[in-house]
Structures are given as structure tokens and as C-alpha cells.
Design a protein around this ligand. Structure first.
Ligand code: GLA
Length: 733
């Protein structure tokens, strides 16, 4: 959507206006945002080198005659896009094998141009070419001024006669020079996504990657923060580079500290088992790597990424997601029409806005009554739902409730009609056992027929009844022992799977621009900006337990805005961890994201339902802040250990919502003093604790100056584990 707009304006401007086309040696290129400059220049050999990435420098002519005082025969120059060949010996962004078997590439600057796409966006293209062959590399940098974000990708074109094998073909290479480097990255597993890991970088290479093909973001997320000149991270101070790759497949991001103490960041498609043959005349377009640079700590880095995501990176983030009840943890596979209509009644009674029917509604020859059967057979199960899906959709709509439904179109159970009908569509390696995960196989999306099928699953599901409002798209396994009957070159599988996935999503968005679509992959297995171009939201984790969610959401929202992170209140003891937490704590944690519920409302007491009603109603009052406000993390669950606090502030600083939690048994002596951020110190704010009869803060209901709240802070009595508060702040006129 965003790309289409960008393309139209870009094409128009391309034709309409002149863009600087420079062929000279000693070219100087500046890519700028409001506060950041990325400056490159050519040396006298015609190589393109990074000169600066950091604070904005207005007059780039000052770089003329720049000397590094390094021996040019050392091979460690900060090339803009280092290729294996010539003197270069660090990890290369490009490694190509030519028709004659040679592996050397020496990229030289040819030309560049800058296109002002609109008042905020500038696109700079730099053309490089190998000194000997006709391999061309176009480096594309799109700068978003207000957001201080620069998005890079690379287009590699084989201008020669013979095919070229691309072995490394990264999206971007970014050399960074600082006194010290501290890396933050996000590791985890199923039900434990986006745990924050921080470590100092030292010489050698540190890599974060995925080789799972599908569901690639459980174990490492393709994103990071890099703190410069400090031993750790601070929310509000210090220089931080943050990066995120938009690619729903295997990725690799490496940080190489070389002998000059420079760190080079390489980011892109993982070269693992992915040698790509580029035929004559063909161009390979790499995924986009998104960078921001903050001068005010990790907090500003997150806010820059969030702004960019909302304005450009995510699919239609202006749509306010309805609060919802999802049937999964409340009913699993065990339901009939009455179970669901009762749930829809409860949705309406509690003030929720949508009902989502999860897994279990399809399959007849192999009824989907457990995870072993029916995946692939997308007809409504007539034994469970004889009245059909249309009846449920109407039932919901008549009660003012929206309706959503679950699909997992890339997958198939061995026990299904589809597996019998199309064995050639299943990802497998000839002559070897086809391994299952969750008793399912993967369909080969590199095959256009499978793409049509997957498109058709979505399309037919939408047509089960007019007015389906929401689709939850799941993917519950990754790639193992891969092989494609369709592909000539198995090395292309990992890349072409993702391209096939994108093709389907592109087609779906053309046909269904309005429907809200969630990317779920056993929870947070597809939390990345490649998917978010097409999906409105992600299912942050299958772990719905509130204490675990504190850490998962804290990590996820470092990079991704709260308007995409689905977050549900579930039953206790929690189904994933067994933990028992108060309903208020569960609501207060879930309300810091896209609020939903996932339990059987029949099992709730009247008091619990009353509380839920109140919490849902108040969420509707402030959710625009969660969706579009600036996030300030006030206390880290990792650093404080006892408390966690965050707030969202409206762009005009007139409204805010503060969430604060006690997350540890700690003897009741530690009373947090939480200093607020992002407010206007000249304004006065009324502060009101929501969803309580008696506030935990003596100042609830009073008016405080922004200066008081910022410099002194609030001290709510959050002393027992799972005590929590939500405060709503409004500026006085
Ligand atoms: C995955 C999802 C869950 C649920 C189940 C249904 O685990 O992450 O939310 O949809 O599948 O089978």
C-alpha cells in the first residue's frame, strides 16, 4: 500500500523533475533526515566509502579531501557495499560466482541520483558496477525526515551474458565507528518471544539469524539496537542505532568488529542454503533494512521506529483494532454453534467489539477435532456447525459484533483430503522421511499452483459469508528437510517461498484492502516488518500469561509499535505457565497493547464480568494513545526487577496513559517512585486511576504540573506481586 503510493509519486517525480546525476570521481553523497546524516564519498580509485553515519552535518563539502590515514592496501576500508574480491577480506555483502568460475567483484561508483518523493521522503539511488564484469549493484536509500529513519535495499543486476551465482547478497552494509559498542537483540522460543539480551561487542563476529524458513522470529528476531560509546543502554540518553529487517524468511544480521575497532553491520537474507542463480538481464531485489539513529537512548530509537511503522511500514495502522474475544483458549476444538453464539452474546454483554472463531471449524472427511486432522480441507465442518459460518456471522452482526475467523493456509495434515490429492505440493526431500511438526506438513509456496491454492483458501473463507471482518492467518511449523518438486534449483527454495508468500499477500490486499488480518505463527513466529506490510497486527505470543507477557511485550515494543501487538486476557491457572494472577493485572498488562480476551466467559463470575466490562470501557477511552501515542518506558522489568512501568503520550502532549505493575514478591518495602516522561512541563495534568474503587495513589483525582510529574513522579502503592495501576492524564485547558 505504502509502496504503491511511493512508487506513483516517485515515478511522477522521476519524469517531472531533474535528479542530480553525477558521474564524476570524488562524488559526495548525503542522505539526510531531520537529525541524521549518512554520508558517502568516492576515493580516487572510484570505490564508494562510508564517511559518516550519525548527527546531521549540513555542509558535506567539508568532507572533500578526507583522509583516513589508513594504508589502502590493508583491505579494511569502510566500503558502502563490500564485495568479496580486490583487497577486501571482511565478511562481504556481495559474493558472486561468475560463469568462468571466478569469485572476485570490485564495485566502482558509476552515478547517483536523489529523488524528493514528497515533503518527508527522499530516495537516493547509487549505481555501482564491477570493474571487470557487467554485474551492477544499485544501492537504494529511502530517508524519512521526520522519523529519522533510513531504509536501505539493494538491487543486483546481471548485465552479462552468462548466469551469475549470488552467494551473499545482503540488503545493506553499515560501518559504524565508536569507542564502545553494546548490542541489544531479541531471543526466545515458542511462548517466550522477544526476550532482551544485551552484551558488549568485542572483536570478531556476532551473528543473529534464522534458518527456519517459516516462523522465523521465535528464536531470534531480525532486529537489534546498538548502543554507542557506552557500557549499556539508557532509555533517555546516549546514541543508539536500531535496525530491523523486513523479510519473512531466513535472515542473518552480523556485527563484525574488525582490527580497526570499527563494527560493520551486515543485514539481509541468510546465505544459508540459498545460493541464487541470477540469469542474464535479471535483477534481484533484496529485502529492506530499516535503520534509525537516536541521540536520546533506546526510548527515542523505539519511538522513531514506531512512527515510521505507523506512517509507512505497517499495513493501514490507522484502523483501530476492535477489542475481541478469541475462541481458542476458551473452547479449543470443542464447540458447536451454541457454544459460539453464547460467546458472541458474552462479547456483546462485556462491551467487546469482535468475536474470532479460532481453529476447529473445518474438515469433514477428516474433521478438525484435534491438531492431527483436517488441515488443508477448508470446508465448514457440518457436524459441529450445521448452520454454517454465515449463520454465526449474521448472529454476530445482528448484535453489533464483528466477526473474524482463523485459517492456516500454508499447512496440511497428513490426515487430510488435500495431502492425498496433492502430495506434490508438500515440502519434502525425495526419498527421505517427511518430518511433521504439530502433525503437519508445509505446502510449497514457491509453486504458483500452491500460491493460487493459498490465495483461494483466504478468498473462499472470506466468501463463506458476506462481511467477515477479520482473518487470523496462522503458520504452526517451520521448514525441515526441505525440497520442492516444483523448483529446478533447490537452493532457491528459501527465497522463493517468501516471494510466493508475498505474492499471495499482495493479491489478497488488492482484493481485500479493508479486512483486518493478523499474522500468527505459533504466536510470535512472524513478528517482522516484511509481514507487517500486509498484516495489520501480529499475535505477539501464544503465552497469554500476564507476567510472561510483561517481558514479551517489553521486548517486542522495543522495535514494533503497540498498535500491532495482540494481547489477550486469559483464564487462570494460565494454560501455558500454570501461573495464577489477578484479573486486574491480566487486564492491565493486555491493555498496553491490542486488547482482547481468550477464555470461556461462562467460567467467569459476575464480579469478574463486571470488572471486565469496566476495563474494556475504559480501554476504549484511551486506546488511541496505545495505538498512536509516543511510548515512554519508565521502569524496565529487567533492571528494576520489582516493578515495570510504561506510558503512552498523545502527540500534542495533552493526554497520556500510564501503566505500572509490581512483578515480584518483595517484602512490601519497595514503593516505586515513577517519574513520567514525554509530558509538557508547562502544562497541568489531572491524573485519575482507572478501574478501581480506591486508588493506590494518593494523588489520584488531583491536578499536577508536568514539571512535578516529570521531575518528582508518582508513587503508587504497588507493593504486592501483581498489584497494578492504570492512570489517565489529561491536560487542563
Ligand atoms: C497456534 C496459534 C494459537 C491458536 C492455535 C490453533 O498455536 O498460535 O493462537 O490459533 O494455533 O491451533
Amino acid at each position: 500500500m505504502m509502496n504503491a503510493n511511493l512508487k506513483i509519486v516517485g515515478t511522477f517525480l522521476l519524469c517531472a523533475m531533474f535528479s542530480a546525476l553525477v558521474h564524476a570521481e570524488n562524488a559526495m553523497i548525503s542522505i539526510e533526515t531531520d537529525n541524521v546524516s549518512m554520508i558517502m564519498g568516492t576515493d580516487n580509485k572510484g570505490e564508494l566509502l562510508f564517511r559518516h553515519f550519525g548527527g546531521r552535518i549540513g555542509d558535506i563539502s567539508q568532507f572533500a579531501g578526507y583522509k583516513t590515514y589508513r594504508r589502502s592496501d590493508y583491505g579494511t576500508d569502510p566500503l558502502a557495499y563490500p564485495a568479496a574480491g580486490g583487497r577486501f577480506f571482511n565478511e562481504p555483502a556481495l559474493l558472486a560466482e561468475y560463469g568462468n568460475g571466478h569469485l572476485n567483484t570490485e564495485l566502482k561508483y558509476v552515478s547517483h541520483k536523489s529523488i524528493q518523493v514528497d515533503g518527508n521522503v527522499t530516495r537516493t539511488e547509487i549505481l555501482l558496477q564491477d570493474r571487470v564484469t557487467s554485474l551492477r549493484v544499485l544501492l537504494v536509500y529511502t530517508a524519512y525526515a521526520k522519523e529519522d529513519v533510513i531504509v536501505c535495499h539493494t538491487e543486483i543486476t546481471n548485465g552479462g551474458k552468462k548466469p551469475v551465482l549470488l552467494k551473499n547478497y545482503y540488503s545493506s552494509s553499515l560501518p559504524v565507528m565508536a569507542g564502545k559498542y553494546h548490542l541489544m537483540h531479541f531471543y526466545g522460543s515458542w511462548a517466550r518471544e522477544m526476550q532482551v539480551d544485551t552484551e558488549p561487542l568485542s572483536h570478531g563476529i556476532k551473528t543473529i539469524e534464522s534458518k527456519k524458513g517459516v516462523r522465523t522470529t521465535h528464536t531470534e528476531n531480525p532486529s537489534f539496537m546498538l548502543g554507542l560509546n557506552a557500557d549499556g543502554f539508557d532509555e533517555n540518553h546516549g546514541e543508539v542505532i536500531a535496525g530491523a529487517l523486513a523479510w519473512s524468511g531466513n535472515f542473518k544480521i552480523s556485527f563484525q568488529m574488525d582490527e580497526t575497532d570499527r563494527v560493520n553491520i551486515l543485514a539481509g537474507i541468510n546465505p544459508y542454503a540459498s545460493e541464487y542463480r541470477l540469469d542474464k538481464g535479471k535483477t534481484f531485489v533484496t529485502p529492506e533494512m530499516i535503520y534509525t539513529y537516536s541521540f536520546a537512548g533506546t526510548g527515542q530509537a523505539s519511538r522513531n521506529l514506531h512512527d515510521w511503522a505507523r506512517n509507512y511500514g505497517c499495513y493501514d495502522s490507522s484502523v483501530m483494532c476492535p477489542t475481541l474475544l478469541n475462541s481458542w483458549e476458551g473452547a479449543y476444538f470443542d464447540f458447536n454453534t451454541k457454544t459460539l453464539t453464547d460467546m458472541i452474546d458474552d462479547v456483546r454483554d462485556m462491551g467487546l467489539e469482535m468475536f474470532v472463531l479460532d481453529d476447529g471449524w473445518f474438515g469433514n472427511a477428516y474433521p478438525r477435532n484435534d491438531a492431527k486432522h483436517g488441515l488443508g480441507d477448508w470446508e465448514t465442518n457440518v457436524a459441529k456447525l450445521p448452520e454454517g459460518i454465515g449463520y454465526l456471522v449474521d448472529y454476530a452482526h445482528e448484535r453489533g459484533v464483528k466477526f473474524g475467523i482463523w485459517i492456516e493456509p500454508e499447512m496440511v495434515n497428513p490426515e487430510s483430503e488435500l495431502a492425498r490429492k496433492h502430495p506434490e505440493w508438500i515440502v519434502k526431500s525425495e526419498g527421505r522421511e517427511v518430518p511433521t511438526i504439530r502433525t503437519q506438513w508445509l505446502l510449497d509456496l514457491s509453486n504458483p499452483d500452491v500460491q493460487d491454492f493459498v490465495f483461494g483458501v483466504f478468498d473462499r473463507t472470506m466468501q463463506l459469508a458476506p462481511g467477515i471482518d477479520y482473518i487470523k492467518w496462522d503458520a504452526n511449523r517451520h521448514v525441515e528437510s526441505f525440497g520442492s518438486e516444483y523448483l529446478e534449483r533447490q537452493n532457491h527454495f528459501f527465497v522463493e517461498y517468501v516471494q510466493g508468500f508475498r505474492n499471495v499477500l499482495r493479491r489478497l490486499r488488492e482484493k481485500y484492502p479493508e479486512v483486518i488480518v493478523q499474522a500468527c505463527a505459533s504466536g510470535g513466529g512472524r513478528v517482522e516488518y516484511g509481514a507487517l506490510k500486509y498484516f495489520n497486527e501480529v499475535w505477539t505470543s501464544d503465552n497469554t500469561e500476564a507476567l510472561s507477557r510483561v517481558f514479551i511485550q517489553y521486548g517486542t515494543n522495543m522495535i514494533y509499535p503497540a498498535c500491532v501487538t495482540g494481547s489477550h486476557v486469559s483464564a487462570v491457572p494460565n494454560h501455558q505457565t500454570g501461573n495464577v494472577t489477578p484479573l486486574k493485572f491480566r487486564f492491565d498488562v493486555a491493555s498496553a497493547g491490542r486488547l482482547g480476551m481468550e477464555l470461556q466467559p461462562k467460567d467467569m463470575t459476575d464480579d469478574e464480568k463486571e470488572f471486565a466490562k469496566m476495563a474494556i470501557a475504559s480501554y476504549k477511552e484511551y486506546r488511541d494513545l496505545v495505538f498512536g501515542g509516543d511510548l515512554y518506558r519508565l521502569m524496565s522489568p529487567y533492571e528494576s526487577g520489582d516493578h515495570y512501568a510504561l506510558m503512552y503520550v498523545s502527540k500534542d502532549k495533552k493526554r497520556a496513559v500510564v501503566f505500572a505493575y509490581c512483578i515480584k514478591f518483595q517484602g512490601r518495602t519497595l514503593i516505586p517512585v515513577i517519574r513520567l516522561h514525554g509530558l509538557d512541563t508547562c502544562l497541568k495534568y489531572s491524573i485519575r486511576e482507572l478501574n478501581v474503587k480506591k486508588s493506590r495513589f494518593w494523588g489520584s483525582g488531583k491536578v499536577f504540573g508536568g514539571d512535578y510529574l516529570t521531575s518528582h513522579g508518582i508513587n503508587p502503592q504497588l507493593t504486592k506481586i501483581y498489584d497494578s495501576s492504570v492512570f489517565y492524564l489529561e491536560a487542563e485547558n
